[in-house]
Each structure stands twice: as C-alpha cells, then as structure tokens.
Write a protein that binds this ligand. Structure first.
Ligand code: NAX
Length: 357
C-alpha cells in the first residue's frame, strides 16, 4: 500500500470545492491506488458548512480517504501538504473595484504563502484557482521564499478546455483530436486563446475554421465564458472549474504528452515581462513543467499577448507596496526604528490594512 498523500483544499465549503473534493477522494486526481489525507481549510464562519461536507465525504465510504482534517487554522491545513488547491478567495463585493479585490486577496494569499513556507512539504505543488488567480499566485510564492517558485501555478486550464471544446464543436471533431491549444496571459477577459498552432488530427485548425469565426466568435466566447455561465445558471462555473483544476494538477504530477496551458512565473520567454504569473503553453513530465519554446508568433498574437501582460503588470502595481514589503521588510523596520519580530509582524498588518482602506 502506498503512503497516503496529503492534499490541501482551501475554500473547502464553497461551490467549486463541492465538486473538487469528491472527485479527488474518488481517485481522479492521483489514481485509484493512491491513498490520500484531505486537509480542508475554511474561514471560521464556513466551518459549520465544512463539517457537512465532511459528513457527506464519510458517507461516500471512499476507500482511498484515510483521514479528513477540517480546520480554520492555516498552518494546520498546510502541515506536510504535498498538493494544494487554493480555491478560497474573497469575492468581489458591491462597489468593489478590481484593485480593491486584488488587495483584499493579497492579504489572504500572503498568509497562505507564509503557511506553505513554514508548514508544507518542500516539494509541494500549488495551483491557485481563487481570483484574481495569477496575481494571487504571485503573492503566495513571494511569501514562500524557501519553496521553489516553479511550484506555484495559476489555473488557466478551464479557459484552455473551453477553447478546445469550442473548436471540436465547430469542426465536428472529437474533442481529443484537438491538440496544441494555447491560452496566453491572465485568467481574465484579456487572456488570449491562440489557435495558430492547433492541430485537429493531421490538419492545422485554420484549414477547418476561418479567421473571422476565430477572431469574432471564439476569442470573445472563451474570454467571456464565465459571465455567460453566471447569466444562465445564476452562479459561477463550479463543476467545470473543479474538473480543470484536477486536469492541471494531474498532468503536472503524473505527466502528459499534450500541450497544457498553465499560469507560471515568467522567465522572460516570448518577451513576456519577468516576475509575473503568466499563462504559457507547457509540457509536464517527471513532476515538472517546462514552457514550450520557439513557437512562431504573428503580429496579432504579439499584440494580444502584450494586452494581457499589461494587465498583469497593472495588477502587480496595485499590490507593489506589499511586494516591496515582502522583499525588504528591514526597510520598514529601519524606517520605524523597530526591528523585533512582533513589530515586523505588526508593520506587515499595518501595510495590508492601509492598502485595504
Ligand atoms: P464560493 O464563494 O462558493 O466558495 C469560496 C469559499 O472560500 C467560501 O466557502 C469561503 O468561505 C472560502 N474562503 C474565503 N476566504 C477564505 C480563506 N481566507 N481561507 C479559506 N477559505 C476561504 O466560490 P467558488 O465558486 O467556489 O469560487 C472560488 C474561487 O474560484 C473564486 O475566487 C472564483 O472567482 C474562482 N474561479 C476561478 C476560476 C479559474 O479559472 N481560475 C474559474 C472558476 C471560478 O470563477
């Protein structure tokens, strides 16, 4: 019998998790022979609802589930964790601008990044689902200096799957025959679904679709798909988001021959600014991802990729003070003339609170 793998899921009483947890528990993530321990995190007001999820999990009698930990303690949730699905996030409230949302989430993902650094396995693999996912992932990784930054990723796989499915429908092809889809950039309306390298069986996608459909229907459809679901369902995408999170983590952990889109820390590939979490085409093997290199880009693609890069740089600017604080907290202590740990911690919370105001 294999040793049980520890899997953390945050926002565990929310709607995405309600689909995600049960599929992970049934073995769809790591396989039917891999026992697991579920470490489920909620905020304190969500703990009661989470206990209901735990009861249902127990009632499923999943053979692979060895233990279920339900907690509002961040360190406990990440204790020795090997895989983390960061789903919980602060939703946009009435009158909240994107900047407010970024800053509110910065506080959450800073705390979780620190807990991962202090408590998790050093080989942990992290996917950030909670929005704004790319910038939340950046904040988490900056708060975890002892963990390799490549172990923090953001989810754009749902966008990738949406594009793949649309192309299959349009061309009447099996979805599995549509390969080499790319989502570049941010998980937002500036993301760029790129079909220029997409193959359908032996054919290039552009032999079967026309440019007009691609530019005027496919791209806006994928960019706006979340809003379309909210309008139809009265709630945001949940089952498809959970499915994409499993696809992303399974391919990363177990490997795949397919191209997959993942938000990862930019190393400057394709001229994208370094040090933002940007979605690139990746290949996964041996538990790591690599950006697929040397793809030709036309002017249309370059322009769309820049638009999304610009938005991510703006998001980064909105949380710049927090990032500067993380990178050189000593400046804060020097300025305030207070150097001990408690004062540093207080200064951190002051900085977060100042930004939240
Ligand atoms: P829900 O509001 O149903 O659930 C979120 C849960 O997170 C709640 O139970 C809440 O109590 C909990 N939570 C909030 N702050 C927390 C914290 N600090 N620690 C632990 N738990 C916390 O939202 P749901 O529909 O599940 O969506 C979750 C997130 O996924 C949202 O931010 C949403 O925008 C994002 N999405 C991201 C997608 C992507 O492709 N990257 C697509 C789907 C989804 O829109």
């Amino acid at each position: 019998m294999k040793k049980a793998a520890r899997i953390t899921i945050t926002g565990a009483a929310g709607q995405i998790s309600y689909s995600l947890i049960f599929r992970i528990a049934s073995g769809e993530f790591l396989g039917k022979d891999q026992p697991i321990i579920l470490q489920l995190l909620e905020i304190t007001p969500g703990i009661n609802a989470l206990s209901g999820v735990a009861i249902e999990l127990s009632d499923c009698a999943f053979p692979l589930v060895k233990e279920i930990i339900c907690t509002d303690n961040v360190d406990l949730a990440f204790q020795n964790s090997e895989y983390a699905f960061l789903v919980g996030a602060r939703p946009r409230g009435p009158g909240m601008e994107r900047k407010d949302l970024l800053q509110a989430n910065a506080a959450i993902f800073s705390e979780q990044g620190k807990a991962i650094n202090n408590s998790a396995s050093k080989s942990i693999k992290v996917i950030v689902v909670g929005n704004p996912a790319n910038t939340n992932a950046l904040i988490a990784l900056k708060n975890a200096p002892d963990i390799d930054p490549s172990q923090f990723t953001a989810m754009t796989r749902l966008d990738h799957n949406r594009a793949q499915s649309q192309v299959a429908d349009k061309t009447g092809s099996p979805v599995s025959s549509v390969e080499n889809i790319i989502i570049w950039g941010n998980h937002s309306a500036t993301q760029y679904p790129d079909l220029h390298h997409t193959m359908i069986g032996e054919k290039s996608a552009f032999d079967m679709i026309n440019n007009d459909w691609y530019k005027n229907e496919l791209i806006p459809c994928v960019q706006q798909r979340g809003a379309e679901i909210i309008k139809a369902r009265g709630a945001s995408s949940a089952a498809s988001a959970a499915n994409a999170a499993i696809n992303h983590m399974r391919d990363w952990a177990l490997g795949t021959d397919n191209w997959v889109s993942m938000g990862v820390l930019s190393d400057g590939s394709y001229g994208v600014a370094k040090d933002i979490i940007y979605s690139f085409p990746c290949r996964c093997s041996n538990g790591r991802w690599d950006i697929i290199q040397d793809l030709a880009l036309n002017d249309f693609s370059k322009e769309k990729m820049k638009d999304s890069e610009r938005e991510l740089l703006e998001e980064k600017e909105a949380i710049r003070e927090l990032l500067e604080w993380i990178e050189s907290p000593s400046k804060v202590s020097t300025l305030s003339g207070r150097g001990d740990a408690k004062h540093l911690e207080n200064a951190w919370f002051d900085a977060v609170n100042a930004l939240l105001r």
